[in-house]
Write a protein that binds this ligand. Structure first.
Ligand SMILES: [Zn+2]
Length: 540
């Protein structure tokens, strides 16, 4: 049986016999090639030195493992100047030298491993008839060569948390093709510089406003135009707004009673998650206490004359966090958390209605809901009904219009930040109402809102000539957070101005950063950097 379509082999190889054991199929394959080229000097040789056998694994067949019993030759290299005297026959179409898997099988293993991880790959492999250890899966993935990069015109550079707050890496994206070009194990200027030096063709480097990337780009790609990417500019401004709202402890005042009634009808009802409320409060109190301690620590150190840089380094905090803590005027309060959406949300009205009608049997309600398309668990229904029984229905939400006459809203500064950033035409009637009440709080907020809106408008309409005027206005507003934001722009003025004009979007970079998070989760957070890099480069 020289060949079979079931197991195609390269020319010059022939199947001599097939035998079956309990675990595997043994396929004897002999090479009939009379000569082979020396791997060092490339001179063909037909002077046979000896024969030897390799036993690599091949792709499984019908769930059964296949092992090739491969007879190959060793040749003499007769070239006097060549240091290699004896070499083994090369079969590049079938298998790499000294590999224990055929190339077909290796490729399959790499694909499986890249899609999952070594552990998941090994588990899935078992079902596919590829019984290999986790180590072999891992090694296969690491064997993949870097894909060729080619010419790159515009790159986006950003960091990603390798271990949150502790270790960061850098991701480099082709802004035109959105391909991941590389992952670097740190976010130092030097690494970025070295990478960019290998690509003298790069014309545009888009980056956030961190100093290291700017330095790395200046040294590694002096020919390129640096731009501060719009995504980060917006984010920094948004952070400044949010910091201001937190510092001033700004909340939307509660609505008058007439609004309360209508809002309750319209608004999406919010149930607290069905966990023990006492526990949650205790946990969040502890967290608040801890944060307060931190804030005090920062303030004390600052009064002692330590610089922000020193405090940040000693307490292992971001410098912006230190600045924010120093600006805090009131004691730390727990941040109200927006409620997570529940599977029950769409059935809220129905449930309340049924309860009012007198049905308080959770199991029955659960079954009724299932018929209406509810896909959640019975426990959720049960705890909801319990709340209704305790008369908590109307007060169940931690919502905007919670209690009459109470001036504290449960809308977090983060939500208010997005409210302020929305375009007027995007606001729902309810949001318009909220915004109006928010702006009534003080003339300072009105000013902040105006400055935020005009900055975003400048970004959208790409009008860098308005930047200087805006900076002047923001500085004169006297709002400390905006002052810091403007100071940041001044430090990186050219790149920010360029960022207002260029249309390269940093979106794909942020997308990759999110993708990295997913991959890290898939790898149970223990992925080694090399593994993560391989996955990103080969799977995209
Ligand atoms: Zn040779």
């Amino acid at each position: 049986m020289p060949t079979t379509p079931l197991l195609p082999l390269p020319d010059g190889l022939e199947i001599t016999s097939i035998s079956v054991t309990e675990q595997e199929l043994h396929v004897r394959v002999t090479s009939n090639r009379l000569s082979s080229c020396c791997p060092l000097c490339s001179t063909p040789s037909s002077a046979i030195h000896s024969y030897y056998r390799r036993q690599p694994l091949e792709l499984p067949c019908a769930g059964k493992r296949i092992r090739l019993l491969l007879s190959v030759k060793k040749f003499f290299c007769r070239v006097a100047s060549c240091p290699r005297k004896v070499f083994t026959e090369r079969l590049p179409e079938l298998i790499e030298p000294s590999s224990r898997l055929t190339t077909r099988l290796r490729t399959m293993v790499q694909a499986v491993c890249a899609a999952f991880n070594a552990k998941g790959g090994a588990r899935l492999g078992k079902q596919l008839g590829i019984q290999l250890s986790r180590k072999t899966f891992l090694r296969s993935l690491l064997l993949l060569p870097n894909p060729p990069t080619g010419k790159v015109k515009a790159v986006g550079i950003d960091d990603f948390a390798w271990k949150r707050g502790k270790r960061y890496g850098t991701v480099i994206i082709d802004l035109e093709t959105h391909d991941v070009l590389d992952l670097l194990p740190d976010r130092e200027a030097e690494s970025v510089k070295q990478w960019l030096l290998a690509h003298p063709e790069i014309e545009i480097v888009s980056r956030d406003r961190a100093g290291a990337y700017a330095d790395g780009a200046a040294q590694g790609a002096p020919q390129a135009q640096q731009i501060a990417d719009r995504w980060h500019i917006c984010k920094n401004l948004g952070d400044a707004v949010e910091d201001y709202l937190k510092r001033k402890a700004i909340a939307i005042p509660s609505s008058p009673p007439s609004d309360l009634a209508s809002a309750q009808v319209k608004a999406l009802p919010a149930l607290p998650p069905p966990t023990a409320p006492v526990k949650r409060t205790r946990a969040s109190l502890a967290k608040t206490e801890q944060k307060q301690k931190r804030v005090d620590q920062v303030k004390t150190m600052h009064q002692e004359g330590n610089s922000i840089h020193t405090i940040a380094a000693r307490l292992d905090l971001a410098r912006n966090t230190v600045r924010r803590y120093l600006r805090l005027e009131r004691p730390v309060e727990p941040t109200p958390r927006p409620r997570k959406p529940s599977q029950l949300d769409p059935f809220y009205d129905y449930l309340s209605e049924r309860f009012k009608e007198g049905c308080s049997n959770a199991h029955q309600l659960f079954e009724e809901l299932q018929e209406k398309g509810y896909r959640g668990g019975e426990t959720t229904v049960r705890s909801f009904v319990t709340r209704l029984r305790r008369g908590l229905s109307g007060m169940a939400r931690p919502p905007k219009h919670a209690k009459q006459g109470e001036a504290v809203s449960a809308v977090s500064p983060r939500e208010l930040r997005w409210l302020l950033a929305k375009r007027e035409q995007e606001l729902t009637p309810e949001e318009q109402h909220d915004l109006k009440r928010l702006l009534e709080r003080s003339s300072e907020i009105k000013m902040l809102s105006g400055l935020l809106q005009s900055f975003l408008e400048m970004l959208r309409s790409r009008q860098p000539e308005r930047l200087n005027g805006w900076m002047k206005e923001a500085r004169e507003s006297g709002i400390a957070e905006l002052g810091s934001f403007v100071a940041g722009i001044e430090r990186d003025y050219d790149a920010v101005r360029a960022g207002l004009t260029y249309q390269w979007s940093q979106g794909p970079v942020e997308g990759t950063v999110n993708k990295i998070k997913t991959h890290k989760r898939l790898m149970y957070g223990k992925a080694s950097f090399t593994l993560l890099r391989q996955k990103l480069l080969h799977l995209g």
